[in-house]
Design a protein around this ligand. Structure first.
Ligand code: SAJ
Length: 424
């Protein structure tokens, strides 16, 4: 295989870019390549989503993407098609950005990635550069994508999108990349250097790149778990965990994380299960990771126990915020959904309000949507930025607050019961 031709195409922006999967990762990436001048085709499964994207409708509800999306559609640098339509074999570079969730049994679910592999195995990928951005455990890229037809280049560069982060946008996040061989690494590194303002760090192998992503997100999950565990002790001691974290932050080596109702999203509560599976296969016991994940998964129950103590029959109860994190319209693995299902199971009547989630979706989840109104018990599930102007519509001086995200800095309503802190 000849890397020179592809190098020249990348440097002259003549390389045709295919991005498979247009979610939180693929859509900003496809728009970025197109904005930088590459003819880009976005591939996804859903015909309706493809049509609405081609009409400039951004299904992620990330308003920062609307204008750049419109621009690259207008100048025809970006086109969106379904993966069943032809076109994959026209691409010089194919970047895979499909979800890698876990099953209900917390086992890796690689079905989307395997479906892409099956598609790619139907074309001759000779001289193409295939890049896997989907989060996987070490050896997965090699095993799943290393035996396609033809002689091609293969790299792995795990995505690091931070949904909802308006400053750390996709072009502002450093990237790591590993290749199956030197040419693949160099091609991939050169490609990303054409579009990113940040460093592109070459790793020694595909596996080193895969493991980097595993470490960074498992580190975050375990550190959040540590804060959750300290919060439980702080509650028993009448100590304010936020004061303690603030004090600890004065030490240069302390990287703050915060306790809360739990850990959601498609990454942090999920990725560590991929490394646990690899550790199991390789006979390594990672009990720190296991216990950390369990601690995080206990937090919705911890908040439920607070409700149980404070709830009295016929109390008006409102859960504010359902999404897994503030200002992001995403319910995947949301700990607040877990909490609401618990309240339902225990016959505690409540209504739900989330400024980003429609009444229809709330109803589909089996909960009762409601506008903001004065309530006896106000439960913060997600600390959306608008909470600061929303809460007075529901919190009176007699309202008890259970603050799942430690949003309230001062006593508000009758009392504020936070995670690791109480404002009486
Ligand atoms: N959370 C806490 N305490 C914290 C931080 C977060 O309880 O101190 C909770 C959040 O409320 C949320 C969950 O954890 O429910 C995950 O939050 P997150 O912002 O860490 O996770 P994601 O999935 O939105 O994105 C993270 C990002 N990592 C960082 O911000 C460092 C992103 O950069 C990664 O690329 C992404 O995971 C990913 O793809 O892995």
């Amino acid at each position: 295989m000849n890397s020179d031709i592809l190098f020249k195409k990348i440097l002259s922006k003549k390389a045709k870019i295919g991005v498979i999967g247009l979610g939180y990762v693929g859509l900003p990436l496809a728009i970025l390549f197109a904005t930088k001048g590459y003819d880009t085709v976005g591939f996804l499964r859903d015909k309706i989503k493809a049509k609405s994207l081609n009409e400039g409708k951004n299904h992620l509800l990330d308003d920062t993407l609307n204008e750049p999306l419109k621009n690259v559609l207008d100048n025809q640098k970006l086109k969106v098609v379904t993966i069943d339509e032809n076109g994959l074999d026209d691409q010089d570079v194919i970047i895979i950005c499909v979800p890698t969730p876990v099953t209900h049994g917390k086992q890796p679910d690689l079905s989307d990635l395997q479906a892409v592999r099956d598609k790619l195995s139907m074309i001759d990928v000779t001289n193409k550069l295939i890049i896997n951005e989907s989060t996987v455990a070490p050896f997965t890229t090699r095993e799943l994508l290393g035996t396609l037809k033809g002689s091609y280049f293969l790299a792995c560069s795990p995505e690091r999108i931070d949904p909802g982060n308006k400053t750390k946008t996709i072009d502002a996040i450093p990237k790591v990349i590993g290749g199956i061989d030197k040419d693949s690494l160099l091609l991939g590194k050169t490609l990303y250097e054409q579009i990113l303002q940040q460093e592109v760090i070459g790793m020694s192998s595909l596996e080193a790149a895969e493991m980097t992503k595993m470490l960074e997100n498992t580190y975050r999950a375990v550190n959040i778990a540590l804060m959750n565990e300290f919060a439980l002790l702080a509650e028993k001691c009448g100590i304010d965990i936020l004061e303690i974290i603030k004090g600890a932050k004065s030490k240069w080596s302390f990287h703050a994380h915060y306790p809360g109702v739990g850990v959601g999203g498609h990454c942090i509560p999920v990725d560590p299960y991929y490394i646990l599976e690899l550790a199991r296969v390789r006979g390594v016991n990672m009990h720190v990771v296991e216990d950390g994940l369990k601690q995080n998964e206990k937090m919705p129950y911890h908040v439920y126990k607070k409700v149980k103590v404070l709830y009295k029959k016929n109390m008006k109860v409102l859960v504010y915020g359902l999404t897994y994190k503030k200002d992001v319209f995403d319910l995947r693995e949301s700990p607040v959904v877990t909490l609401c299902n618990l309240l339902k199971q225990k016959n505690i009547e409540f209504v739900v309000y989330d400024p980003l989630v429609s009444d229809e979706i709330i109803t589909d989840l089996g909960f009762v949507p409601s506008p903001l109104k004065a309530v006896d018990l106000f439960i913060v599930g997600t600390d959306h930025s608008v909470l600061s102007t929303d809460y007075p519509k529901a919190v009176t001086q007699d309202t008890i607050i259970i603050d799942g995200r430690n949003f309230f800095g001062v006593k508000t309503g009758k009392h504020v019961y936070g995670i690791g802190r109480t404002l009486l």
